[in-house]
Design a protein around this ligand. Structure first.
Ligand SMILES: Cc1cc2nc3c(=O)[nH]c(=O)nc-3n(C[C@H](O)[C@H](O)[C@H](O)COP(=O)(O)OP(=O)(O)OC[C@H]3O[C@@H](n4cnc5c(N)ncnc54)[C@H](O)[C@@H]3O)c2cc1C
Length: 322
């Protein structure tokens, strides 16, 4: 990024923008080269102004939450990373029995799960083990243990790539498995939760967290599930031997790939659909593991694994590919 652009960003956003910040600091994989510029917005209007500026200057941008579902490139990101955190993470309750929650995109989902359980409103308590932001969660339609964001979202405040902020009704969102199809940056959402007994909600939350910790490498640097589970009905004959439901983890395990590694990246020995950064892994190490796993699973079982993790390009204008 040239000096003129940096000066322009500094003039517009002051100390909210920093330069040459390693993305490894902001991803759960602990991988990623420097972001040329990183913005810490304090209001939805900052996000709108940033996207407007990117549109005018042809500057690539990337929305970042807690970086728990992406692989950032070793060479870094050449444009502006807009990191939605505390500045846009406020929560407001309204409606009968306090069941309507308006939540800023930067609020961590585990915090939302805990607060709502304590308040005695259900719908998101089982998402306690999804270590991202609410904005990233809605964008990805994150889900766990039978709960998904699409079941509770009423509307989304979205800044379009042009910088225009508008409210999108949930019925106009193309919800799919781990995808919302939204284009732009989610800055706030309203959730419709349901009154429930706080003690039962909290007990369920603890149970799900315990299960999660026992079955996945929860405390290792990773990005959650790397691959999507194959769609039912698309499973070839060669994979018919597996008990339903067929998961990516089962295929990877059966291919003998647990523990397979390239450099510092390793297929978790605990759960086949996780790749962990054992020590100093690069994005290219992870990509090499991904390629090897896809090849092996295709060769052994005839199943093409599709990615769940978002692969970030060094300057893709839409913010991601993959
Ligand atoms: C240990 C572990 C366990 C996990 N378990 C689960 C699970 O059970 N279920 C599940 O669904 N996921 C799971 N994940 C994946 C991840 O936590 C979720 O997808 C999460 O919702 C991503 O949120 P984030 O804020 O970290 O997004 P990021 O990783 O920062 O971004 C992910 C994608 O969303 C985009 N994005 C981020 N914020 C916004 C925004 N405000 N507006 C528009 N786009 C945005 C990014 O550009 C990127 O394309 C797990 C991850 C880990 C590391």
């Amino acid at each position: 990024m040239n000096a003129e652009l940096r000066a322009e960003l500094r003039a517009r956003f002051g100390k909210l923008v920093t330069f040459d910040v390693p993305l490894a600091r902001f991803t759960t994989f602990r991988i990623g080269g420097p972001a040329a510029a990183l913005l810490d917005p304090q209001r939805p209007e900052d996000v709108a102004a940033a996207l407007c500026m990117c549109e005018d200057l042809g500057l690539p941008w990337l929305a970042l939450g807690l970086g728990s579902n992406l692989l950032a490139p070793d060479e870094g990101f050449h444009g502006l990373v807009i990191r939605l955190g505390k500045g846009v993470g406020a929560t407001k309750r309204a409606g009968p029995e306090g069941t309507l929650w308006t939540v800023g995109a930067g609020l961590p989902t585990p915090l939302l799960a805990r607060r709502s359980a304590v308040a005695g409103v259900g719908g998101v308590n089982r998402l306690v083990g999804v270590p991202g932001t609410v904005g990233g969660g809605v964008f990805m339609n994150a889900g766990a243990h039978g709960q998904e964001f699409r079941d509770v979202v009423r509307w989304v405040d979205l800044v379009a790539p042009t910088g225009v902020l508008s409210r999108v009704d949930a019925s106009n969102i193309d919800w799919q498995y781990r995808s919302s199809g939204l284009e732009g940056i989610v800055v706030a959402v309203q959730l419709q939760l349901e009154p429930e007994d706080p003690a039962s909600l909290q007990a369920a939350l603890r149970r799900h967290l315990k299960r999660r910790k026992a079955g996945t490498p929860f405390d290792r640097p990773c990005c959650g599930s790397v691959f999507r589970n194959p769609d039912a009905g698309t499973v070839p004959e060669r994979a018919a031997q597996f008990a339903e439901p067929l998961t990516a983890g089962k295929l990877i395990d059966a291919a003998g790939l647990k523990g397979f590694r390239v450099g510092g990246a390793e297929v978790s020995t605990m759960h086949g659909n996780y790749i962990v950064n054992t020590r100093g892994a690069s994005a290219s190490d992870v990509l090499a593991v991904i390629e090897a796993v896809r090849e092996q699973v295709l060769e052994r079982f005839g199943v093409t694994l599709r990615l769940e993790v978002k692969l970030i390009g060094p300057g893709d204008a839409k913010g991601f590919y993959g």
